[in-house]
Design a binder for this molecule. Sequence first.
Ligand code: ZN
Length: 468
Amino acid sequence: MQDQRGGGSLAPEQPSGDLVVAGGTVVTAGGVAPLDIRIAAGQISEIGPGLDGGPDTVDATGLLVFPGMVDTHVHLMDPGPTDREDFPTGTAAAAARGVTTIVEHTHARPIRDARDLHDKRRHLAERAHVDYGLAAHVWPDRIRDLPDLWAAGVTFFKLFTCTTHGVPGLNAADTRDALQVIAGVDGRALVHCEDESLTSTDEHRLRAAGRTDGALVAEWRSREAELVAVAVVTELARLTGARVTIAHVSSPAVADVISAARRRGADLAAEACPQYFLLREQELQTEGALRKFTPPARARSDTDEETMWTLLRSGKLTHVSSDHAPSTRAQKAAGDIWDVHFGLPGLDTTLPLLLDAALRGRLSLEDLARVYAEAPARRYGLYPRKGHLGPGADGDLLLIDPDSEEELTDERVLSKAGWTPYAGRRVRGGHVATVLRGRVIAEHGRPSEGFDGRFLPGPGATTTKEAT
Ligand SMILES: [Zn+2]
């Protein structure tokens, strides 16, 4: 075994089955402690001090050992518009940055029935560096198909309250009916909340005024449009008893609406994304399409950012996802602000940005393990196999050097996007290795050869039979 700091390989040359990660500081949502971890046949078999290692021992002295991260809101466009992203490139970015599990859905090629899921699973065989679940989309006229789809093994159902990215919006009645069916199978829903009548009325007004500037995005996809939809959806979640995640909560006001509904008995998770902590609303004026995502950034000041971190520490924002939805710079430059795709690349930067926040004291290390590993895994039925360090869990680990630092740059982005809105930021913490089921799949920010990622059936799957 060579020294991990010198850029040498951590991967045992001849894997014998057992891998011991020794001498590191293990970080979980429950605490931080100096412990060793043994992985046998892909699963954690033992955690404790002073484990005997064999030739396959990784020296983690001075390193932090986290569970592999779990990103449950990812769009890899595959099959679909693979000129924007595909599974090999998107999961390479995930592996290189410590994400060992993703839950993916692609709007341009939605999964709407069990056949679609089967076909997508076949297509993705040997295309993923990390493990993956797949989510389905709810179409207003396909609600009765949802129980079959849940039994076929999707991780959650994605609903839109407004027509976006070509996915039809569900009105309140359709949303209620869909959530009722989802509650009936103990399913999970992720809901994109923007009110259709408000966004479409504002779109007509802004177009009639001839507006094509970047700032229009914040008026088109307004705070009110998000708040109104969140109020309706959280009430319907309470009414139906469905387990609902409100996607990409953009501001403290939205988090407050969710917290209030939770107090009245709704089973709600509130998903946070780095762009609502670290990008500013006013950047739309200067960056235009490169900041076109929806809901758009709302923070206007340091105080706004600080409030978001407080909500994440407290658990009112329950977990973090990237909402990785990349386009290249050329794609973001083709057409006016109305025409270009919504979305940002995120898998390359979400862990580095959260790690930096933790190493600067905006979060605790335990908070990081909670919000980007344990909590999302629990929410979507992946826990304790994923998002967890304990006997029986998959041997998915992330090794981090807390003493190193890096500058985020476009050049280091592995996503097909080839750029990041965070370029130029210096972040604390350095990637040393990512381990998936006992195998090193990335070192020093570089993914290994080969596709080891496997499909993860959702919690409602009635069969685990592989489709391929
Ligand atoms: Zn999304």
